[in-house]
Design a binder for this molecule. Sequence first.
Ligand code: FAD
Length: 326
Amino acid sequence: MSVLVYVEHADGKLKKTALEVVSYAKAIADQLNTSLSAVSIGSIADEELAALGKFGASKVLSVNDEKFNSFNEQAYSTALFEAAKQEGAKLIILSNSFRGKAIAPRISIKLKAGLVVGAVGLPSFTGNRFTVTRGSFSGKAFSDVEIHSDYKVISLSPNSYPAQEKGTQEATVEHFTPAVDKSIFGIKVTEVIKSTDKVSLPEAEIVVSGGRGLKGPENWNLIEELADVLGAATACSKPVSDAGWRPHEEHVGQTGITISPELYIAVGISGAIQHVAGISSSKIIVAINKDAEAPIFKIADYGIVGDAFEIVPKLTEALKSFKSKR
Ligand code: FAD
């Protein structure tokens, strides 16, 4: 069973999730004693893709065609299907990102494959059993899912498996032209306007998040300055985005984005169950809240009871001074 991984890139650079999925797929390919190939879709330099060799891919198929430069889930899943056929791959791995969420079910249908969405660890193999652990019930539980089909598709939750450089070997890059029907390109994206150049929230290792305790949008400089010094992404609770204090794409929780950063700092957030559903798989949670009884402290690894308007500027200054001495 050879392994094929779909790698994402933006602005000519591989995304962090690409390195994570290749490292994850390499660990599986080693266990299965098989080879690992990657597929990249859209224009990107061969040298950038060759670097995937260091993370364990021996070959990269590059669909380096302008037609694929704007994301089109039908075209991308067809290209991935064609690549799987060419490589004889039976296990397909991709990130459970915005794109991965759109492609994974489509490629599963094409391959008649069992699909595990949002895997959080390596599969285990016992006898004929192929079992993958995934998060369930908005991160409140884990499920062990067995895949019985011949073809298998796994989408890996961002930040749940570390990118691991294995050596210095470069991957061979082959240009690949999948047979994709012209009719699939019936929609054309004419312009992409980025709302921000900041760290992407789903991929961020550190997230600073603000809630209603910040009183209003005029106080968000507190969150942004702390995030800047930490190189973090910013997030918020639902009422904050509902009130228009912050954009909706920053809203984390049951009805927003689910994230798993290394460090989540919750400022003026009560820790309602619906909020916690989206952040509970963070590795370390720090809460700053003036109410010692706030539920967020039940799940926090570190808590500061006090006024965010006093604590956050002090924390930001302390971090700035710490960084300047290093
Ligand atoms: P609050 O609950 O008002 O808490 C504000 C906190 O700030 C309090 O704990 C207070 O002690 C503290 N505070 C006040 N002043 C200060 C200060 N000066 N310094 C420090 N701390 C201070 N919510 C989400 O976030 N994400 C979701 O996805 C989501 N989905 C939902 C889905 C459904 C179906 C429902 C019913 C609700 C959902 N909610 C969601 C809403 C959720 O139930 C809570 O209402 C919401 O999370 C509360 O947001 P908050 O913590 O910012 O505000």
